[in-house]
Design a protein. Structure first.
Lengths: 301, 787
């Protein structure tokens, strides 16, 4: 069975305990305007142009059989995505890796082999594999099979999810994880829909349902100034989370502009918003807020 | 840090190194005396040492607690004309060069012109060595195939064990008497040599006692004049200390430090040994004195720290002896590689970490001096807090301490034939070299440029830089039908140059053993006294000679590229490759991009490349390991570069890994700069595929930005990374915490920094992949958090 994966990151140290391998699933039902991994949104492979690596030699343009690539007078390459067939010829032609393909088919074995390479680090540090994305639950069969194989090999698995999935699928996969990293963004349903493209009822219900499973959960709060850092939202979150027994920690993830460049590389120039990263003081205040409510809180993952 | 220490430290930092001609003068005068001229070589050297100890200027500076210096002032650096006689031109260069310069005054130039050069020119060891070397050796040396450690400095390269903490020099003299009494003058053909050597040792022991007494007298004189009652007391204690040690075994913490320091001054005055000298397992050796002092109330934690800090400054006052020419290029630094070892195991195999290990780490962090260097030994039996404490110092970005795997070092030493207890008493010195402290001469003989040998192979024995034929004709590269044929030619070529190196080494070893023995150093390394044999002549219990391989990462990427692009995928022909190299990739830029970006690279846990690293490693190992040396030692390998990868790069043309002519080679066992793109776990996996236990040391450099290590969790994960590396039997790792300047370079030359990981916010990313705006922000942050 194959999945569509857009990156494997070794020595991942911010997404669960210990030293981890992050497996990035491509495709996400949400479209958050602050997304820092926008190459994880589409369920299709996508070309990414890296102008900072480009030598403007034109090799890619010449290699394209579909006239999808072109250069302007300064030699800057652009892609007509309506013409591109994702044939990969330009990737072969470019010797500088200035064109990349976000998303490649990988089998469970291929991913597991990458994880096995890092076994000694997992065992030493209490780490393992984190399924993230994108949204791992959006490729449920592959995710289930991968998690099953990892468990069989005694490799710990964390599931990093938006929680937006069919409850049955959600529970079935959650059961296979040793830890759930659960994104909680906005409590107000209307606002949630505005900024992420989907409603949050199913997300909240899924989070609640975890309590019955007895699997530890770290709640991840991306802190987006002007979107979800208001007292009302934070209070609502705290209230909601207070009712749950298995919340072991809240990770406050301050907004950063790391995703902006990637939106451009993907040609998704109009699909994001730019915010001002929260000040240190603001982040500290939010951390304090949750600490005062009795939660264990950490900046970052 | 209190006022005294602050002042001593500032003074050390602010003093410019200078050349002192005093030693050269005393040595030359001594050699002219009839007594020296008629003596055996060991006794000659002992009489020269005696003259130095009796005549060299002494001083005790304000506030000093540990006394004695190698030169007549702080950072006044002696010369060793009997080893290497500097020309007037050398002295001018030393005075004016931009890096590692030494002030040279008119008086020194005059003395050199009138006395030193006329006496030593043509007679120094350096002159003798170059006169003896074969044309093949000279051609290879000039081409930059290898360097020669002993052409300007003497072997040295050993570390003190626990002997001086148990025996004074008077006790050691008794050992000498006993050994003399054992000589079989009827049957032993070496009887006379042994007698002379032991006589020489006795003279040296006496000479150091004399030197200490001179210091005691000076301290007493100063005490008598001192108005400040506290300083008066200190000077009186200094006098009493110097009366007692080194003649007798130390009784307290202060005496133990002072005794070591006298020995250090002695060793570094006798010769300009490679790697000044080194107390080795300092926390182990001093612990009994520390504990006793705390118990009987003569010592407090603060006072112990202050004494250690005063001791630390002494090392920093002694820059490495001046080096010129190729030797300056291979080791371009003031540091003289006194590497203090902390942690590790006790001789009985138990955890050796104690309170003093932590106290010394505090000293290292506060002092922040170039010298001495420091390291922590980490065994599986050692607790995590030691490693975490060390990492906290490392993240401040000062490059110390480095981290070593005790369990690997012990196995390396056992494989070389040391007994278990001697192995456990050992550690690493210099950069990363494993040794049995107090019992081994483990001498580095020179660096070996592995990629250059491959370049010569590709050119059928010719060095393309000069057009000279310096290697074997192993066949035109275009005629090789398979990668294996090419490898066979490369192996033959390597064997040829290693043979040239070893032949040269053997002569040099004998020259030192005969003409420049080291009777003072021999007092302290077992079993020189029992054997009646000099340290330079195989007197130590274990005798090892190293040839240090350089450019493992480069050669692996070079081979991977040739195999991948020429043989496996036939991207281009050998002739086309040679053409591109010959043109330094001019007009072949995309080909170079392919070599850099689309060719397997060492450091990414990719067996295609890593298996080639293993193959080259095994070839290098088999070519050298186990071969005998002339004085009863054995050849071994290690993989470290100091600064020679820059020099070796300068003499090596463009290479098939995409490296341009003249650019540095990779260092140690690290991947080629910027070519490891899968993060630190992949690097560790790759570099662990070579068998570290077959070496006497490997060096791995890793880069980190301070943010990655900012919080406790980051430190713990790094600690686990290191523990995992050590489970894989890696030998050593050191961390360069990246500065804002480095990040700016990375912004300018992204292709060289593709391995650089930075913490962005809640996540980490490759720096070169971040948008410019974000890079700027990270630079600002790094600047802010840096020092």
């Amino acid at each position: 069975m194959n999945g569509l994966i857009f990156d494997l990151k070794h020595y991942a140290v911010h997404d669960g305990p210990g030293i981890r391998l992050n497996v990035f699933f491509k495709g996400c039902p949400l479209h958050c305007l602050w997304c820092h991994n926008p190459e994880g949104i589409s369920f299709q492979p996508e070309l990414m142009l890296m102008p900072n690596r480009c030598a403007h030699c034109g090799d890619c343009v010449r290699s394209c059989r579909y006239e999808a690539l072109s250069q302007n007078s300064e030699g800057v390459v652009s892609v007509d995505r309506t013409r591109c067939t994702l044939c990969r010829d330009c990737l072969e032609a470019c010797q500088r890796e200035a064109i990349a393909m976000a998303g490649q088919e990988m089998s469970v074995d291929e991913v597991v082999n990458e994880a096995e390479k890092d076994r000694i680090f997992f065992e030493q540090s209490g780490g393992g594999v984190t399924l993230t994305g994108g949204e791992p639950l959006a490729q449920p069969a592959f995710a289930a099979s991968l998690m099953g194989e990892l468990k069989k090999r005694s490799i710990q698995v964390a599931l990093d999810t938006s929680g937006y999935a069919d409850p049955e699928v959600f529970l079935q996969l959650a059961k296979k994880a040793d830890l759930i990293l659960f994104d909680l963004k906005i409590m107000d349903n209307k606002k949630h829909r505005k900024y992420t493209g989907v409603a949050n009822d199913m997300i909240l219900d899924n989070l609640k349902s975890l309590d019955k499973l007895g699997i530890p959960v770290w709640v991840r709060l991306p802190l987006i100034p002007g979107v979800n850092d208001d007292v009302e939202n934070l209070e609502a979150m705290a209230n909601f989370l207070s009712g749950l027994k298995l919340i072991k920690m809240i990770n406050v993830l301050p907004y950063h502009k790391g995703g902006v460049e990637k939106f451009y590389r993907l040609g998704r120039d109009n699909e994001f918003a730019v915010y001002t990263p929260p000040s240190e003081d603001k982040v500290e205040a939010v951390i304090e807020f949750f600490k005062n409510k009795g939660f264990r809180v950490k900046k970052g993952g | 840090m209190n006022q005294r220490v602050k002042k001593l430290r500032e003074q050390s930092l602010n003093t410019r190194p200078s050349i002192s001609s005093e030693r050269a003068r005393i040595v030359t005068e001594a050699y002219r005396s009839p007594e020296v001229q008629t003596a055996s070589f060991p006794v000659q050297r002992a009489l020269v040492f005696k003259a130095l100890m009796e005549k060299k200027s002494i001083f005790i500076d304000e506030g000093e607690l540990i006394v004695g210096e190698r030169g007549p002032a702080h950072k006044a650096t002696p010369t060793y004309p009997e080893v290497c006689c500097h020309s007037l031109e050398d002295l001018e260069i030393l005075n004016s060069r931009p890096k590692t310069s030494f002030a040279v005054d008119e008086e020194t130039l005059r003395l050199y012109h009138d006395e030193i050069i006329p006496y030593w020119d043509g007679r120094s060891m350096r002159d003798q060595i170059f006169a003896q070397m074969t044309p093949e050796w000279k051609a290879a040396y000039e081409a930059g195939i290898f360097t020669e450690f002993m052409e300007q400095r003497t072997p040295g390269h050993t570390v003190l064990g626990d002997k001086i903490y148990k025996k004074g020099l008077l006790d050691i003299r008794k050992d000498i008497e006993e050994s003399l009494a054992q000589i079989d003058f009827l049957n032993d053909p070496e009887a006379f040599d042994k007698q002379e050597e032991l006589k020489a040792m006795a003279i040296c022991a006496e000479a150091l006692i004399t030197y200490a007494r001179r210091q005691a007298d000076l301290a007493r004189e100063m005490a008598a004049k001192e108005k400040n009652s506290e300083r008066k007391k200190e000077l009186e204690k200094i006098a009493a200390t110097c009366d007692w040690v080194p003649a007798k075994a130390p009784r307290d913490f202060w005496e133990a430090l002072q005794y070591y320091w006298f020995v250090h001054v002695g060793v570094t005055t006798e010769y300009n040994t490679w790697d000044s000298f080194n107390p080795g397992r300092l926390d182990q050796h001093l612990y009994p004195f520390y504990k006793k002092g705390l118990e009987d109330g003569t010592l407090s934690e603060d006072w112990a720290k202050e004494l250690l800090q005063a001791f630390w400054v002494k090392f920093n006052n002694q820059p490495a002896p001046p080096k010129v020419g190729v030797t300056a290029e291979e080791s371009g630094t003031y540091t003289d590689f006194a590497l203090i070892n902390l942690g590790g195991l006790k001789p009985d195999g138990q955890d050796g970490v104690n309170e003093l290990s932590y106290l010394i780490l505090d000293v290292i962090e506060e002092m922040r001096l170039l010298q001495p260097s420091s390291m922590v030994q980490v065994s599986q039996k050692n607790p995590d807090p030691l490693l975490l404490r060390a990492l906290k110092i490392i993240r401040t970005g000062f490059g110390q301490p480095s981290i070593f795997n005790t369990d690997a070092i012990i196995q390396e030493l056992l494989r070389q034939g040391k007994n278990l207890e001697d192995a456990r008493k050992g550690g690493a010195s210099g950069c990363v070299e494993a040794g049995a402290f107090g019992t081994e001469a483990y001498i580095l003989t020179g660096y070996f440029n592995i990629p250059k040998v491959f370049e010569i192979t590709l050119n059928n024995g010719i060095d393309p830089r000069t057009g000279k034929k310096i290697g074997l004709e192993t066949g035109e590269a275009v005629n090789f039908q398979s990668f294996d044929e090419l490898m066979k030619a490369f192996e033959k070529q390597m064997q040829y140059f290693i043979d040239i190196k070893i032949r040269g080494n053997n002569l040099i070893e004998k020259l030192y053993a005969t003409y420049l023995p080291a009777p003072f150093l021999s007092l302290f390394i077992d079993d020189c006294i029992v054997k009646g044999k000099d340290y330079h002549d195989g007197g130590a219990r274990y005798n090892t000679r190293y040839i240090q391989g350089v450019g493992l990462g480069s050669i692996t990427d070079i081979l991977a590229s040739v195999k991948h692009n020429v043989f496996d995928h036939k991207v281009l022909t050998m002739a086309e490759l040679l053409e591109a190299l010959n043109r330094n990739f001019e007009g072949h830029e995309r080909l170079r991009d392919r070599f850099i970006n689309k060719t397997p690279k060492y450091g990414n846990d990719d067996d295609y490349a890593d298996n080639l690293a293993r193959q080259v490693f095994e070839t290098y190992f088999k070519t050298i390991d186990g071969r005998p040396t002339v004085c009863g030692g054995t050849y071994r390998i290690n993989l470290l570069p100091t600064t020679v990868h820059v020099y070796f790069g300068k003499v090596t043309g463009a290479t098939p890994d995409g490296r341009l002519a003249g650019e540095p080679l990779s260092e140690g066992i690290s991947p080629v700069q910027g070519m490891d793109r899968k993060g630190p776990t992949a690097v560790i996996k790759s570099v662990s595929k070579i068998d570290h236990l077959k070496t006497g040391g490997t060096l791995l450099n890793q880069k980190f930005t301070p943010q990655l290590l900012a919080d406790e969790e980051g430190l713990v994960k790094l600690k686990d990374l290191i523990r995992a590396y050590f489970k894989l039997m890696g030998h050593h790792v050191q961390f360069n915490v990246v500065t804002a300047d480095t990040l700016r370079q990375a912004q300018k030359f992204p292709e060289k920094y593709r391995d650089l990981i930075v913490r962005v916010a809640g996540y980490s990313d490759y720096f070169v992949d971040c948008a410019k705006e974000l890079q700027d922000e990270i630079i600002r942050r790094t600047e802010h958090q840096g020092l």
